[in-house]
Design a protein around this ligand. Structure first.
Ligand SMILES: [Zn+2]
Length: 113
């Protein structure tokens, strides 16, 4: 897969949250949408120190911080909030796409290697 353009990343982020699951639109779990989210996250990390969000595959159903259901097998995003077991802030792919869209991650440069 070739690197998506900024315009394609913008469209993918939009589709991943605004049209997530709607008829005729792919779900946020579709590969090219997840790729756009990962690219957006890497750019945000580089420029604004948007902390250490990691992606993870759900081994059971979880609940997103914003109330969405994260299904077993879905890719979601987590951020460690404490030292105890399970102290994570969990965000589903659609909500992460929304955050990245409104932070305009698609306009940011790629991280330097
Ligand atoms: Zn969510």
């Amino acid at each position: 897969m070739s690197m998506p353009t900024n315009e394609q990343i913008k469209n993918s982020l939009w589709n991943a949250f605004a049209n997530n699951g709607l008829t005729l639109f792919p779900k946020a779990q579709k590969e090219d949408l997840l790729v756009a989210i990962q690219i957006g996250l890497s750019r945000i990390r580089e420029t604004s120190k948007f902390y250490a969000w990691d992606s993870s595959c759900a081994n059971k159903d979880h609940k997103c911080k914003r109330g969405c259901i994260i299904r077993e097998g879905d890719i979601y995003f987590k951020y460690i909030t404490g030292i105890g077991w399970g102290q994570y802030l969990k965000i589903c792919a659609g909500c992460m796409a929304m955050i990245l869209y409104y932070m305009k991650a698609y306009e940011l440069p790629d991280p330097k290697l």
